[in-house]
Design a protein around this ligand. Sequence first.
Ligand code: UFG
Length: 344
Amino acid sequence: MAILVTGGAGYIGSIVSEALLEDGQAVVVLDNLSHGHAAAIPAGAKFVRGDVGDGEALDALFRQDRITGVIHLAAYIEVGESMRDPGKYLDNNFARPLALLAAMRRHGVRDFVLSSTAAVYGMPDATPIEENAPTRPINAYGSSKLMLETALAWQTRSHGLRYAALRYFNAAGATAERGERHQPESHLVPLVLEAAAGERPEIAIFGQDYATPDGTCIRDYIHVRDLAAAHLIALRRLREEPAPAPPEDAAAPSPPDLAARAYNLGNGRGFSVREVIAAAERVCGKKIPVRLAPRRPGDAPRLVAASAKMLAAGWRPQHTGLEEIIASAWRWKRSHAAHERPRS
Ligand code: UFG
């Protein structure tokens, strides 16, 4: 018996796998390595190289490894690219995972935890953002995740699937062995640390005239280890969920309620781009050169999570300080080359 982690060679997926293994759960990682790193997959996990859209491969995997639950993280994550090529995002993040849901149904697997995103909210009317805030994504990435949430809601109603959609805010930080390394890199914290390490000449600040105290965008940074812990809680709660309610009264149909199964994941505190750079300067003990650049299209001025729902479910984030989060990423960055090991 094992938990299937799709995208388990990626930044967050590898750390979710690490947390599951530490909890004593067997893990099968499914990843096509289009972006992930085989070396990031924990040694205790079984690795299957493949795609979530490949029904035959999924059948073999579900049968051989007796999968009891799925944590689905495999997805493209570049907001900018999603605007240039929306079809690529809708295919990979929405259409292909439908094959995974079909395989779950064939094999009687009912528990599904989705890696979703704050991007489903678009430009929120108010912060902190609660799960029942309007979902109006302003990029194809956010739409692709919201479409998959919608598919899950229908499968829950019709087929008794049980799912939780974890809407991540800004994941950052590292464990001793695993950290953030995207190709290409577009995320603020790793880019700031590259500038601190002299690997890039400076960090660009995208926009200085937002309606925020220092004019730069505000985000809610969450330690990736705390984020991973939330997946284990979500999975446990799904297992404890009672049998699905009987089909609703056909005379009074209602649309699926996506908020009911969504959990926002952040620390409830926002930090501006300038505050992140200042915190990184304190952590690294050096001045980080900045360049003032125009706004980046699609950036909301302020995204801060109301995470009361996951806290009520028993989540206890351990690493909530911005400097602590950045320090863990800095430690990993300086040591990770030594931890890399080949994996077939
Ligand atoms: N930023 C800069 N300079 C950079 C990179 C980023 O100023 O070189 C700014 C961005 O404009 C933004 C903030 O830093 O204001 C954070 O940017 P990130 O790219 O690190 O993160 P985002 O908030 O854009 O994206 C995150 C996730 C996405 C998810 C989104 C939801 O990484 O996957 O939140 O809104 F879609």
